[in-house]
Design a protein around this ligand. Sequence first.
Ligand code: ZN
Length: 360
Amino acid sequence: MPSAQPALQSIASDPRACPACPVCGSTNVQIRFADCRDLLFPTPGEFRVAACTACDALFCDPQITPEQFDTYYLASYYPTAEQIRARLRTKRFTRWALRRFWGAARRDTAARAALRRVLSLLSVRLRMAPPLHGAGRLLEIGCSSGEKLFILRDYGWRAEGIEPSADAHAEAEKLGLPARHCSLEDANLEHGAYDVIELTHVLEHLIDPIGGLSKLRDALAPDGKILLTLPNGRGVGLKAFGRYWQGLDLPRHCVVYTPTALRALCSRVGLEVRQVRNLVAPEVIIGSAKFALNALRADAHGPAEPNGADRCGSRYQPDRKLKNLAGRLARKAIAVALLPTALLGRGEVMHIEIGRADNA
Ligand SMILES: [Zn+2]
């Protein structure tokens, strides 16, 4: 197995100095992994992973710039409208059941919330189900090709989205969805308008998380909430797979957060973390194992070009092999085995609810 966990190296001894932590501004950072490349696509550049000792965030160095967006976000990073239609067809029963029992028009109850929490640990579908908040206005930041937007509207939400990728936005338009083609930085958001703002695997991609979250705080309705789903920098995957952990996704993931780092970020912009749930993500474990195996093979036979096929099980590019029964059972078995990690706050993925600090 390639060495996944090199000893921490002080930034002071490294000739290439790191910038300040994009979350807390501290320059007290250490190099966690050096000489990293994009493991998903054959893109240029070498990157390092730096760890901020002040706020616990991990971040990519150098950070990619908005001008490099098209270089690192290839069209195959996103599903096509046809793939989404096919997936929605296969989920007809699930969609009916969710609309009937979990849809936006129904109020949450303690029992329903507890059941949802247990089931969402085991099921990606339930994890991706719309939040229970009553029908309202919802904004999805980074709506990709619009799959979740489609489902949320199906459940009664007045849902709209913004998406910086022209390729993904074009697919969302094919589905007839109200998605705007713009980045969060350029978006003109109505002040105090949204009951829910969702960022599903998006916050870690933001080059300027302070500016981005500040803008979202202003766009929230007075009792609105921001819902985040993102990789957990405290999860077992980083410890087990190190630089091959899929949650790093260099260089597209600018910052990988832990609960501590997220609280630090929120405190800088007048928001507060209200709830942190840990989820298991067997697809991340399988994807990370593939990255590590690819590195082993490269050590033995020379490097192979990454081709995007290792993003298995994600919402973007599900591995067809995992669609068979054996694959699904394997994923469930991994999910059950990982349940204790989620209960101990070491799950691969975090689901986080944030509100305005002045509404506490
Ligand atoms: Zn920091």
